[in-house]
Design a protein around this ligand. Sequence first.
Ligand code: HEC
Length: 138
Amino acid sequence: MKIVAAILGVIVVGALFFYGWHTPKTETAVKPGASVSPVVPPGVTVAGDELGQQLFKDNCAACHGVNGTGSENGPPFMHKVYEPNHHGDMAFQLAAKNGVRAHHWNFGNMPPVAGVTEEEVTEITKFIRKLQKANGIF
Ligand code: HEC
């Protein structure tokens, strides 16, 4: 009987270990472009927001992709991770000003973006929100 109990014990502990004790993975990195909603062609989504679009193109698109769809250097904004409830508008100001330490993805750190003013980042953020909305992110 003791042997049976011991075997059962091993099985139970083993099962617990297998199913329960795995540390849950945090946000797994998504390949750029993967699981991103199709991007509505610019012009449809960004009517009236040419300034934000231009500023984004000049300062952010090299990493975040022309339509915020990401690139090999940075994550897509057309992704639920960056919806307003998860990353508020302030996150954009802080990112541009201070840079971002890599924590959601495997692209490395984002360096601070020199030469964009707070007003310009506000325009960029408006553009991103419009594009996100048009893509059903929120
Ligand atoms: C040199 C590449 C690069 C450029 C240029 C760049 N970014 Fe980033 N950005 C990144 C990377 C990489 C991350 C992801 C860091 C992480 O979470 O792993 C990121 C993350 C962010 C985040 C998320 C911040 C957070 O709190 O998680 C915001 C917002 C952001 N960038 C805004 C901008 C804006 C606005 C611009 C242009 C003014 C810009 N980025 C330009 C590479 C870049």
